[in-house]
Design a protein. Structure first.
Length: 648
């Protein structure tokens, strides 16, 4: 038996106090009294107060002594010690986040971590121990699981592979944020087999509360980093302002923030901008290039290259320990070009007005060039446009290089894939909605009335979105190489054009057929995104049959099902090229950056998930507190019974 709180034994002093009380207790003696009746009666009562059994007194005393001893033992917290756990098993978790690519001029942090784990493995094997190695990447995995000395060569070979570099960079260290918690969960699985195994985490981060994990700091006191934390291009009053957030970690630094703007205002012109910034340790500073710092007002650009330089007092450029956040690219400065032809013998002002409204209000997204073909004898083009709108009079042959919107067709053009019934249906009709579709979002069909429409007898491959009676009122076909919308009634025979549902439908149709190529959401109409973090999911929408993505390392991926999703695994510029129906190749780019948290080489984290495994029963101390408490209650009960027998 062992005592967890020896000071509790001071309660045994109560035994000495009890003995002292008994010593000082008055000793009543038996005396002779008068033989009168009164004195005899008094003597009778007095004898009743004198203990009749010395054994009972002794037992009471023993009970009282044991009660005091039991109280003292409860205060001292007695336990029976468990078996000693003798184990030489280690669990090594290696942080493979982007911050481990920092270098003090020698090896990368990640390589240093692997080398230290290799030394730990050698030491463990020499002591006939067991080692587990876990790689905490964006997903955690076992490199070696409970390997003993018989697996020495295999484990060391795997560690050598971990430290392998290509083009000067460790191939097994990611550019993202490591899932350390997942690594600890794998360590927990091993602890379930041997709870006495020691867990070590090799990282450059600092943890305030690491639990049972021994955190090994791989960082070097010579490491520091000047970083571009974020950058953006904001269109304000039709002109761009470029904002750059910079910071310095490890040391304070004087920075030179450079901004190279290419393809300024659609011309072959490059604007070179530069501003100084002073960053104290851990401080983030925002630098803005606005109308006060540029030579020409910028309303359009091809791309922007942002880079920083740390300089000393003499102006010499310094090299920091982490190069992956020294450069940043901005894309999306040129809106998507859309050529629209609206052909009608009697153009509807509502159609023209909505197209002009879209052109003006969404000029940052779409560069709409609107061509109107008016008059009975005007001949519309059937090639060279991205969107064709034919109203009333139809072309003989359908265009094949763009989206076609047919409004109140008089005939079915060749290649449209539809058959119209002769004549028109007249009456007072209210439209009803078909299946839910992105084009009819926010379109209230029950508000739309029609007095005259044409019946569509056959429409191969079309989807009906609106109905009039049981006939189609709005149809759409979206197949590779064929994109058609059909509305078989005139706006002059309906209240549709004066309702908010009509501009909503036109806007939805533009979003549906001309979606942003690069977004972060699969929802129709999602805004274009040109900046992502490593391991983000990028959603790509194609306007043609096929789309090609080239990552920053030059690897190409071809996609033909849209929307498509890819995971951005490497930092840098990605290029998206496609050939839409027009046959003219379009190229767009987006930039993938390192997570800002990885730029802080001395990042302090509040808490580390500490793996836990319950010890087997033989390794748990046996607590005697309950048993001493039971004994205490029993002794008090016995002492109470004896006292009752004595006095009553």
């Amino acid at each position: 038996m062992s005592i967890l709180l020896p000071l509790g034994l001071l309660g045994l002093i109560g035994i000495a106090v009890l003995i002292l009380i008994y010593i000082l207790k008055p000793n009543y003696q038996q005396k002779l009294v008068s033989s009168t009746y009164i004195w005899e009666l008094s003597l009778k009562y007095r004898k009743k107060k004198i203990p009749v059994s010395r054994l009972r007194n002794l037992i009471i005393l023993i009970c009282q002594l044991l009660i005091i001893a039991a109280c003292a033992m409860i205060l001292a917290q007695p336990v029976i010690r468990a078996e000693e756990m003798e184990s030489n098993e280690r669990i090594a978790v290696i942080d493979a986040s982007a911050g481990m690519l920092a270098s003090d001029g020698g090896a990368f942090r990640f390589v240093r971590a692997v080398e230290q784990v290799k030394e730990l493995a050698e030491e463990t094997f020499s002591q006939s121990g067991i080692i587990t190695v876990i790689l905490a990447d964006t997903e955690a995995s076992f490199v070696a699981r409970r390997a003993d000395a018989t697996m020495r060569d295999e484990v060391l070979a795997q560690l050598d592979e971990l430290a392998r570099c290509e083009n000067g960079v460790p191939v097994h260290c990611s550019y993202g944020v490591a899932d350390i918690d997942a690594g600890m969960e794998l360590a927990e699985q091993v602890l379930e087999e041997n709870p006495s195994a020691a867990v070590r985490l090799y990282t450059g981060k600092e943890y305030i509360d690491s639990g049972i994990v021994d955190v090994v700091d791989i960082g070097s006191e010579n490491e520091w980093n000047a970083a571009i934390v974020d950058a953006s291009a904001t269109l304000d009053e039709n002109f761009y302002t470029f904002s750059v957030d910079v910071a310095s970690y490890g040391i304070g630094a004087n920075l030179r923030v450079n901004c190279e703007v290419y393809g300024v205002n659609g011309q072959d012109v490059t604007e070179m901008l530069s501003l100084p910034a002073r960053c104290d340790v851990g401080e983030t500073v925002t630098v803005e290039f606005n109308s006060d710092s540029v030579d020409m007002m910028i309303y359009m650009f091809d791309y922007v290259r942002v880079y920083i330089e740390a300089v000393d007092t003499a102006g010499a450029v310094l090299t920091d320990s982490f190069v992956w956040d020294d450069t940043f690219y901005l894309y999306g400065g040129t809106p998507q070009k859309i050529n629209i032809q609206y052909a009608s013998p009697k153009p509807n002002p509502f159609v023209s007005g909505i197209l002009i409204g879209l052109r003006d209000s969404l000029s940052s997204r779409w560069d709409i060039d609107l061509t109107e073909v008016r008059g009975e004898n005007a001949v519309p083009e059937i090639a060279g446009f991205d969107l064709y709108i034919f109203e009333h009079t139809m072309p003989e042959i359908m265009p094949t290089d763009g989206v076609v919107f047919l409004i109140n067709p008089d005939v079915s053009p060749e290649g449209a894939g539809i058959t119209l019934a002769a004549g028109e249906v007249t009456g007072d009709f209210t439209l009803s909605a078909g299946d839910a579709h992105p084009i009819t979002e926010r379109v209230n069909a029950s508000d739309i009335t029609v007095s005259k429409y044409k019946q569509v007898k056959m429409a191969d491959g079309f989807e009906t979105l609106l109905y009039v009676e049981n006939d189609p009122a709005f149809m759409v076909k979206n197949e590779p190489g064929v994109k058609i919308a059909l509305m078989p009634f005139s706006l002059n025979s309906s209240n549709f054009s004066v309702l908010m549902s009509f501009p909503a439908l036109m806007y939805n149709m533009m979003n549906y057929f001309f979606p942003a190529t690069i977004t972060d959401s699969q929802e129709t109409g999602s805004a274009a995104e040109y900046i992502f973090e490593v391991n983000d999911t990028v959603i790509l929408n194609g306007r043609g049959v096929q789309l090609t993505v080239t990552d920053s390392a030059g690897a190409e991926t071809e996609l033909d099902i849209f929307p498509a999703a890819i995971e951005a695994l490497c930092p840098g510029t990605y290029t998206v090229s496609q050939i839409p129906l027009s046959g003219v190749e379009t190229i767009e780019r987006f930039y993938v950056r390192i997570a800002p948290s990885e730029s802080d080489l001395g990042l302090v984290v509040d808490e580390l998930y500490s793996p836990y495994a319950e010890l087997p029963e033989r390794f748990n101390d046996f607590d005697l507190l309950l048993y001493f408490a039971i004994a205490l209650v029993a002794l008090e009960f016995i002492e109470w019974i004896l006292q009752t027998r004595e006095h009553f």
